[in-house]
Write a new protein. Structure first.
Length: 140
């Protein structure tokens, strides 16, 4: 059972009454409040505590509709989680830009191989992408 706050208005004197009660749903809370106070009209019913309410103006830290999970981490890592994510995104961006340079070199070559200048870069990119399987994907 959840606690609900029910706001009622007297039908003749326009006096307002605020009732807190436990109920299974918002509708049941309103019905129960009206049964207990038959001279009153229902104004609104709302939760008494917690949770994201519609119109509360809260935005998720990682964006709208992003599912998050909670893990126990040492404070030295947990306090820097946003910085770590942004650094990994920068690394992915750097890898993508160097990959485009290697691809451009391959496209200019007759043999379809990168120039000698980019051979080691291409190998390094492949190794880094293999090492970053999880973080190589879009993080957020």
């Amino acid at each position: 059972m959840n606690k609900y706050l029910v706001e009622l208005k007297h039908s003749t004197t326009d006096d307002m009454l605020l009732v807190q009660l436990e109920s299974d749903s918002l509708e049941n809370a309103g019905d129960n409040a009206l049964k207990a106070n038959p001279d009153y009209e229902l104004v609104k019913v709302k939760h008494t505590h917690g949770g994201k309410r519609t119109g509360a103006g809260r935005a998720g830290k990682w964006g709208d509709g992003v599912k998050t999970q909670v893990y126990r981490l040492p404070p030295t890592i947990g306090d820097k989680a946003e910085d770590i994510v942004s650094e990994l995104e920068m690394i992915n961006h750097i890898l993508e830009s160097w990959q485009s340079e290697v691809d451009r070199s391959k496209s200019r070559s007759d043999s379809g191989q990168p120039s000698a200048r980019y051979e080691h870069v291409a190998q390094l990119l492949d190794d880094l992408k293999k090492a970053m399987k999880v973080t190589g994907e879009k993080l957020v």
